[in-house]
Design a protein around this ligand. Sequence first.
Ligand SMILES: Cc1ncc(COP(=O)(O)O)c(C=O)c1O
Length: 429
Amino acid sequence: MEYVNLAMPSEKCAFPEAAIRGLGSLQGLFFPAFIPVLEKEKILELPRMDRCLQVLKPFVEPELSPGLLAQILEEAFSFEASVKKLEPLAKSNNAAIFALELFNGPSLAFKDFGARFMASCLSRIKGSGPMTILTATSGDTGAAVAHAFFGMTGIKVVVLYPEGKISRAQEQLFCSLGGNIHTIAVAGSFDDCQAMAKAAFDNTGLVKKTGLNSANSINVARLVAQITYYWDLCASLGHTGKEELVVSVPSGNFGNLTAGLMAKAMGCPIKGFVAATNINDTVPRYLHSGKWQPLPTRATSSNAMDVSKPNNWPRAEKILKDQGWTLDAISVNEEESFDAIRELDGLGYEAEPHSAVAYAALKQALKPGQRGAFLCTAHPAKFAEAIQAALGRSPVLPEAIKNVMDKKNLSVKMAVDNGALYTFLMDLV
Ligand SMILES: Cc1ncc(COP(=O)(O)O)c(C=O)c1O
């Protein structure tokens, strides 16, 4: 597959180069030259790993052979998504609603799929030079990337996060690892962290010297990996062709939604998507008014979606334009998210704020007779403070979190300062 730089269409490269570089020239996003269309009936019938192989093969060949891809998938996808049906609602609403749980990996968030696939790919294609993964996180990316690369020889990881704006469990999950994982608490917002990372990638000398690579959702390896669970969802629900399936995606940087749109463009039988945001609603406002007007980012309980300049939007918009599709985009406020957490709890389902935003938006969008699914992007235990506030009780902590809560936080502090980050990165090599 050839990948095209959306900011400079004359720049094209194959999958390994796009995955190693992360961003193209002019900070452009790489995007597949075409989206392959698959025979959906055949794909949906395959066992999971065979299905993932067939879905991802066109995006990585010929540089990665099917045999190599199978090895990568074996290593990276050592866990899978689960689908839960919310029964009582099905009766009251004449529609079935399903939770697609994506938090069964080591960092308890959907990003484990993309980060582990990317790490497995990079460890095989990176060559012999140094490699530094630089990533800005609004919460979950940090843990997923840190765990995916932890202990890999020849690869260093630097994670920037907004100090005090992520939950303690999120922070402990990636700031206590040590070894090849370096974490920086930045005195600013997620957008500041993202801007610092972008400035570092703009410095060609620094990129060369440190072998700088982005592990954010802008990396094509992460993006394509996320396509697979939309296919898994449809395979698990069964494709009768009678009921329309609408999928609600909790969105911050819009990588997850882009992967969903790609799955649909490939033939995955999803009728439509709901882009669910919190009050950081640049995209819903844009789709209603036609004006791109990011506002200052506001802190919410779904903090990984506190993004006002979503960096994957150009890709999502390209697919919508190419396919002639419209997108339902709904912004959910804090009160509605907390109500959704309580409503889900009443249905016997414990959900954290990001998943609750998706559920609240799905309920608004779903038409009678349609089946709905909402993506559960993180385990409730990663957002214990919000669950406590909404339900007056703490979620049960899984072992992965229990084990890290008392460990030392190894982060260093940094101001919003591109120069300080430059020095830090140079000192690592
Ligand atoms: C738990 C959770 N839900 C949703 C999102 C939003 O995903 P995306 O940035 O791909 O839109 C994130 C992103 O960090 C997340 O961590």
